[in-house]
Structure formats: C-alpha cells, structure tokens
Design a protein. Structure first.
Length: 334
C-alpha cells in the first residue's frame, strides 16, 4: 500500500471506572504504515491475529508493492487473473468517484505516479514529451471489469488503488469487528479512521486534524479536534509526501488531465462519510480539483462533509468547512 501520506493524531480519553471495562488496544504494521485499533469487548477477546490475517489478504489483492498481488499481476498483463471481492470493491468505487469528480480522481495514473517517484517503480527524468506519451494510456474509460476479469483497451494501462485502499481496509476491519458484535471501536490505518458507537462512559471517540506543515517524518501541531460516532474520516494533503525537482516542490497527487502534480492553494482535505473508502477516494479527488471546484462538488454531494485547509494570498491558513461539521469539529486552539 502507499506509505503514510499524513498523520491524524489520536486524542483518546478513557474512563477506567465504568463497570471495570478496559479498552482493548491492538497495533502493528500493515500496508507500509501502521495501524491502531481500540475496541470494547465484554468477552475480552484479542482479535489481533485475525485482523492481521485480513490485512495480509487485503494486501495480496490490491497492493502495488507486492509483485504477486492481483493488481500487480493485472498491471503486468499476466493472463487469466481472477479478481477477488477486495479488488472488485475498489474498482467499482474508483469508477463511481471518477465519474463524480469528472476524472479528477483516476486510478489509471499509476504510470505517472511511478514516473514521478511516488510508487514502487524507479523515478524517471521528467520531460514533457514523456508525460504526454504516458497520458495516452491514462483514463479510466480504457479499462473495464467484466465478471471476474479485467479488460484493457491498451495493455499499457495500469491501476493504482493506493490513493484510497487504506480507507477501504479500515472498512474491511470494521466489518470484521461488526461480525464479532463489537459495538464500540475506532480503527485507524495509516491515518484513515472509522469510529463506531461511543465509549462505555458515553464519551465520543476523538481525533485531531493536523496543520498542513511540510513534514515527512513526524506529527504536526493540531488544527482541529473531531468527535466521531458512526463516521469515517480520511485526510489527503500535500505536506507529507512530496519531492523537490529543480528547486520546486511537487506533491504526490497527480492531475490525470495534465500528468503533473497538482498545484493549487488547497493544502489538505479531510472528508467525512459513512464509509472510509468514500472518504479516502473523495479526499484525493478534492485535493486534485482545488478549492473552488471542490466547493461546487461538495454542494452536489451532501452525503460528504469536508474540512478543507487552504492558503490565502498572504500565505495564512484558512478553512472551508461544510455545515454538517459544525457540531463535531472545533478549533484545536480554542
């Protein structure tokens, strides 16, 4: 999976006096990043072995960093590759968001992602002619899912689900916890989060959204505090993963229409939805679209709520926030 693009810092408050029920915490490494899961279980079960098996199987489906994964075999044009439920879910969601964002979100940018040095492939020397040639086989209309197989119009078309697969893996783990009748939990994988229910003491699950300060190594100060209940959040930003080319900063989000990293005043997009796969995919699309187009997009999609941090003409942080967040998001500096 993609390396971590950003960090959402957890601020978790527990009551140790409520019916003597303690939270169960499991954490580890997955998808090139880390995961942290906290849940309350009257049976006091350690579900980590099963969770790690799920995450390993998930990687074998949609990780471009594993040569034997389903997506890697499709990208290398191996014959008779049968897709699984994870791949299908990612493909169908990608198609939906691609249409809704008018192509701002497009998983066929994978060759460009590699060329710019943001994928498992070797970074290439960027030249306009090379970018233009790659754009000929970038476009989600060039690939279809028929039954359990992928059909390409051009064999050079390649898929990259890394922009939203971590969000989907949060949903997959959440579904597993639901199957175990866990009713209060929070799942975080690489910064993508879903929280269900409330803690036994009645408190909300609480997380923080970082200030978008360029920082590849550690956490940033918080910009906002969020209370979550039966809600997912994913943040996409240009401050975690970027490269410097001829003295200029290039963020990892590639515009499928130009072949170049996006350049606009939108610094980070935190998107809230009922499912984390939707939060994650749309956060990426919004960051590519930029602030003004995103405002129009969000008005057309009330199922999504968003907290957007952007830079004004003087370089100061400003926030655009949809109305549905007023009761759950507060300024961290208040």
């Amino acid at each position: 999976m993609r390396t971590i693009l950003f960090t959402i810092s957890f601020i978790l408050f527990y009551s140790v006096s409520y019916a003597q029920q303690e939270p169960i915490k499991v954490e580890g490494n997955a998808q090139g990043t880390t995961y942290h899961i906290t849940y309350f279980d009257k049976q006091n079960r350690n579900l980590q072995p099963e969770i790690e098996k799920i995450l390993a199987d998930f990687d074998q489906s949609v990780s471009t960093y594993i040569p034997t994964s389903i997506i890697s075999r499709i990208n290398s044009n191996q014959k008779n590759v049968i897709v699984d439920k994870y791949f299908k879910a990612c493909f169908n969601k990608a198609k939906e968001v691609w249409k809704n964002t008018n192509g701002a979100f497009d998983p066929t940018v994978y060759p460009l992602v590699n060329a710019w040095g943001f994928g498992p492939g070797k970074k290439q020397k960027i030249e306009k002619e090379k970018i233009d040639s790659m754009l000929q086989f970038v476009g989600f209309q060039l690939i279809k899912l028929k039954g359990n197989r992928i059909v390409k119009k051009d064999p050079r078309v390649a898929l990259d689900f890394n922009a939203f697969a971590q969000g989907y893996s949060v949903d997959v783990v959440s579904e597993f916890l639901n199957s175990k009748e866990i009713t209060a939990y929070i799942v975080e994988i690489g910064g993508e989060v879903y929280a269900k229910g409330q803690k036994p003491d009645g408190k909300y699950w609480t997380i923080g959204i970082e200030k978008p300060i360029d920082n590849k190594e550690s956490g940033n100060p918080l910009k906002a505090i969020v209370k979550l209940k039966n809600l997912a959040i994913a943040t996409s930003g240009n401050y975690r993963r970027f490269t410097i080319e001829d003295g200029a900063k290039y963020a990892h989000h590639i515009d499928p229409k130009t072949g170049y990293p996006t350049k606009n005043n939108l610094l980070s997009a935190s998107v809230f939805a009922k499912e984390c796969i939707s939060s994650d995919a749309n956060a990426t699309g919004i960051l590519v679209m930029g602030l003004e187009k995103s405002k129009v997009f969000l008005q057309k999609h009330p199922e999504l709520q968003a907290y957007l941090i952007y830079s004004d003409d003087k370089g100061n942080y400003q926030v655009y926030e949809t109305t549905g967040l007023k009761s759950i998001v507060s300024d961290a500096e208040e």
